[in-house]
Design a protein around this ligand. Structure first.
Ligand SMILES: *[C@@H]1O[C@H](CO)[C@@H](O)[C@H](O)[C@H]1NC(C)=O
Ligand SMILES: *[C@@H]1O[C@H](CO)[C@@H](O)[C@H](O)[C@H]1NC(C)=O
Ligand SMILES: *[C@@H]1O[C@H](CO)[C@@H](O)[C@H](O)[C@H]1NC(C)=O
Ligand SMILES: *[C@@H]1O[C@H](CO)[C@@H](O)[C@H](O)[C@H]1NC(C)=O
Length: 416
């Protein structure tokens, strides 16, 4: 959440090629494009993803039972956290852990939070098998698109996989918000793409402090080209946004380039939208794009996850000092959680033109993450950037419970 890339709503990586790419988006399965970095070329697949995994994947696709059992046998997302002494899949020496997530190195002393396993009620969740994942994904291109929480999960995934094949970055922007990796032995590409609203936007760099006068803008009818231009080159797409919509700054909402409403906007003579309605509109735009696109990658929408600030919010001294998870039913989130989750459930459930989207899966972490108030950076989120009394109760320590999000992702893709 902290910081932003500045006033531009996106930074074209290779402007002339991006322009070409924009022309091609959605054009045809038979079109594909290249882009270059110093040392690497991505060439998209001309074929529909037809590997076994993708085929099996579509048989468990999201439909009217969204959030309910993803397999006949087992609902992965209903269960509890149980103690388990086994160690995380990697340790603090993983070079891909951002400073702000390296809690143990930043001084966290309690370590029980590393020793819980998610136990779905009706089955067991095996840890992500890095070797199997890499073999299955050979030659594939993944993208993780969204805000710093999907970045957090992507870093976890890369750390897990790096035990088998060290991920090497071949492009990153200055702040490492967008960064591209290769797993060289398996010819796998993992793109981490910064797009905190999924749609075209302009937003302030300033931290969202109380009394901010910053004014942000989003265009709820225009997908952010920083990812949309690459869509046709992707085999697997993991998307998650949400928290940036709930920042306290004034938000102007644009359609057809005109401001048609706003929120957090007292004193503006404009139609006032609800945050969750705007989120819903963005999800709808995204789902319609996925449904209408001729290119059919496997798309995973990763759910909203709760913040766990107590005694205040992130900007008013809130803390998350718990060292054990909640038990099922002990904590149920706050009003904003239900609103944003409600928007997700309803939009994802309604699919595209009244039909389920065969290539879309819902990684429904909400109930899993809700219980892990103990897994955040809290006061160990950074030795440098830490401001007085500011804890991080949104992002997750690495290693930490967020590694389980990837175990679930693997299971969701692999399960029959
Ligand atoms: C959703 O999936 C379930 C279980 O696979 C199936 O019984 C049901 O008919 C599906 N619903 C729709 C609308 O496709
Ligand atoms: C702990 O977790 C590991 C990995 O999931 C599993 O193999 C093992 O059986 C678990 N141990 C216990 C005591 O449940
Ligand atoms: C790597 O994967 C791409 C598809 O993403 C493929 O076009 C290329 O031939 C592969 N390279 C090698 C060396 O196998
Ligand atoms: C608010 O906008 C409406 C419609 O554009 C206009 O009629 C009205 O005068 C405006 N009110 C103020 C206080 O500017």
């Amino acid at each position: 959440m902290a910081g932003a890339t500045g006033q531009q709503h996106y930074q074209p990586l290779f402007p002339h090629l991006l322009f070409v790419a924009l022309l091609l988006v959605g054009a045809s399965l038979h079109l594909y494009f290249f882009f270059y970095s110093d040392e690497y070329t991505i060439v998209s697949s001309k074929k529909k993803p037809s590997d076994k995994l993708a085929e099996r994947g579509s048989s468990t696709s999201l439909n009217a039972t969204v959030g309910k059992p993803q397999t006949e046998k087992c609902d992965l997302f209903t269960g509890e956290w149980i103690p388990n002494a086994s160690n995380p899949a990697y340790d603090t020496s993983c070079p891909l852990i951002g400073m702000a997530q390296n809690c143990l190195v930043n001084g966290r002393r309690d370590t029980d939070y590393l020793h819980w396993k998610w136990k779905p009620r009706d089955c067991d969740l095996p840890p992500l098998d890095a070797k199997r994942f890499l073999e299955t994904m050979r030659d594939k291109t993944w993208a993780l698109i969204g805000d710093s929480l999907i970045r957090n999960q992507g870093d976890s995934l890369l750390c897990i996989l790096s035990k088998e094949d060290l991920a090497v970055d071949f492009y990153h922007d200055e702040a490492w918000k967008t960064s591209f990796f290769r797993l060289p032995s398996y010819n796998i590409t993992v793109l981490q793409i910064w797009s905190p609203f999924l749609v075209a936007s302009q937003y302030s760099d300033a931290p969202p402090d109380p009394g901010t006068t910053a004014v942000d803008q989003i265009s709820i009818d225009t997908l952010d080209p920083s990812w949309a231009a690459l869509y046709s080159s992707l085999d697997y797409v993991v998307v998650s946004v949400g928290h940036w919509f709930t920042r306290p700054m004034t938000m102007l909402v644009k359609e057809r380039e005109l401001v048609t409403g706003c929120y957090n906007c007292e004193g503006y003579n404009l139609t006032v939208f609800k945050v969750e309605e705007v989120y819903r509109r963005v999800l709808r735009l995204f789902l319609n794009f996925v449904g209408a696109s001729l290119h059919k990658p496997t798309v995973i929408y990763r759910s909203w996850t709760s913040k766990h600030f107590e005694s205040g919010d992130y900007n008013s001294g809130g803390v998350c000092n718990r060292i054990v998870p909640y038990k099922p039913g002990e904590y149920s989130g706050v009003e904003m959680d239900w609103k944003m989750r409600g928007a997700e459930m309803e939009e994802l459930d309604s699919g595209f033109e009244g039909r389920p989207l065969d290539n879309l899966k819902f990684l429904d972490l909400y109930p899993v993450a809700l219980l892990r108030a103990d897994g955040h950076g809290s006061k160990y989120w950074s030795s440098e950037r830490k401001r007085k009394n500011v804890q991080d109760c949104l992002h997750w320590c690495l290693p930490g419970p967020i590694d389980t999000w990837n175990d679930l992702l693997m299971q969701l893709l692999m399960s029959e």
